[in-house]
Design a protein around this ligand. Structure first.
Ligand code: G3P
Length: 222
């Protein structure tokens, strides 16, 4: 499973890259707004840091013609941009038209299997399942939906060989569930990504090894 980072913060992206686990970046209008910076400027900054791994940048237009123009424009910023559009009928018209022209789309705000199927048929490259927002509702269906969506894209043929991207992740447990579900990608906020390195027994073990080493060397560190 690929690890993407779900952020528009350049320092967080640089750290994830330094850890050697970064396969892509996803942004959205809320994350860009949090940074208080113009959309294109920040996306280009991110690309200058990460190079040619996939970077998702989201459209905001809703009308078909305006969205078509916006999607074309965002795609022209760099070849590794995945144009993010929300699941709805107008967006699918745009994906259907532009995907064969070589534009990669990340269809977002997916909550059901039929929505995932529609995105795949239209020509999406990434299909973003929002598991956290389903969990927030107290529903247990999120991991199940991901398993079924992975099965679906592996069972049928679609124009772009789409990958199931688990989004809206807030906890290491949701990352574990994504791995178990066979998701192709999980996009993870920085804080959750950092938590993945830890396990209580790992942290206790590291402390104990260090203390034993100091005891054996009479307090001298390496
Ligand atoms: O990038 C989309 C997604 O990950 C948003 O997450 O936490 O706002 O539900 P969240």
């Amino acid at each position: 499973m690929k690890f993407f980072i779900d952020t528009a913060n350049v320092d967080e992206i640089k750290q994830a890259q330094a850890w050697g686990i970064l396969d892509g970046v996803t942004t959205n209008p809320s994350l860009i707004a949090r940074e208080g910076i113009e959309h294109k400027k920040r996306v280009m900054e991110i690309i200058s840091v990460v190079g040619d791994i996939p970077v998702s940048a989201e459209c905001i237009e809703t009308d078909v013609d305006k969205l078509m123009k916006e999607a074309r424009d965002i795609a022209s910023w760099a070849p590794n941009i995945y144009v993010k559009v929300p699941m709805n009928a107008n967006s699918m018209e745009v994906v259907k038209e532009l995907s064969p022209q070589g534009i990669n789309f990340n269809v977002t705000l997916i909550f059901s299997l039929p929505q995932a199927l529609i995105a795949a048929k239209a020509g999406a490259s990434f299909i973003s399942f929002f598991v956290g927002r389903i969990d927030d509702m107290g529903s247990l269906e999120a991991p199940l939906n991901v398993v079924e969506a992975v099965n679906m894209v592996e069972t049928y043929e679609f124009p772009k060989d789409p990958e199931i991207l688990v989004a809206s992740i807030r906890s290491p447990l949701q990352v574990t569930e994504s791995i178990k579900a066979g998701a192709h990608i999980a996009t993870i906020p920085y804080k959750t990504m950092e938590m993945l390195f830890h396990h209580p027994l790992t942290d206790i073990g590291i402390k104990k090894f260090y203390e034993d080493y100091l005891k054996a060397t009479g307090g001298k560190s390496a």
